[in-house]
Design a protein around this ligand. Sequence first.
Ligand code: FES
Ligand SMILES: [Fe+2]
Length: 362
Amino acid sequence: MAKSADYNLGPNTFPRGWFIVAESNELDAGPLAVRFFGQDLALFRGASGKAVLLDAYCGHMGTHLTDSKSSMIVKNNEQIEGDSIRCPYHGWRYNAEGHVDDIPYSDGPCPKSASIKSYPVVDNMGCVMAWYDPDGREPDYEPPKLPEWDDPRWVRWELDHLGELNIHPQEIIDNIVDVQHLGPTHGAPSEYFENEIKDHVCIQRQGGPMQLYQTYLNTSTWYTGPGILLSKQEFSGMVVFELIANTPVEDGLVKCWHGCLVKGSEDVATEADIVIAKQSQAGALEAFSADFNIWQNKRPALKILQLKTDGPFRTGRKWYSQFYAAPADVSGIQNTVNGIHLTEGLKTADQAGYNIDEGLTF
Ligand code: FES
Ligand SMILES: [Fe+2]
């Protein structure tokens, strides 16, 4: 499998940004051992409801904080206290900031050297999202949030857990600028197509006839950072937001999720709306699976033989490289890629007379 260095993405192995690390309801069953960014991590929900993500290994003797089922304090459900977690081995207690604040058999001060890294985490649209930055900086943008998530007219997604894919996320990101696969792969060729880049956001607007439902599809799709894609899709009177998320597990191995938030027919979504929403998500997953299947079986595209009538792959890759760049280089990269990017032979959304961006905040 190809690695970040093979794509010349920058000095960092893993991209900075907001990433999905779990579906929120996964934490209801107790703490989780997860692995992302080449690291073992401990994920749990504190008593206040706050989701906490820590480096996995206890500073005392290296025990994984959330990977024991047999330790008695785990069995007794005594591991979580407030928003803190006790190590299953000797019971040292870690707070949400990753500092030891209690040792059951010591009155002395807790050693600061036992502290472990804590990651910024938010519960957002049914997902646990964590901020990862190899340079240790605080978040410099907000994760995406759709106001429709909190509108009872809309049927919320339950995520499809697509598991791990043995490719570099670059191959997934390429899709946002890849106009010419939409016909052959998805049966929905673009009649108009454009990309717009605004700093950490990369937008695609496109539309055309859609074979599957014999209708016309308009979409506005955007990455907020390197890991979370949302796509507003209008067809046959339906409005759907699709979520596709990728989070690096190892260099060249990525975990993916998928879901659809679907507009219902009444002020409060009905049972029938819920059925239609589930069908929509299944249909969207089938379309996405066509990409997934190609990615699984292709060789890495370390260089793309780009035609003028392909989408702006090089620009898209440059945009993506900002997340691997040294902090001092990020704004320089953004300045070189910000703006509208057109593809030869294709109309813009304006020229085609479509605007489905209304109400979207990128
Ligand atoms: S290894 Fe964690 S408390 Fe001892
Ligand atoms: Fe695709």
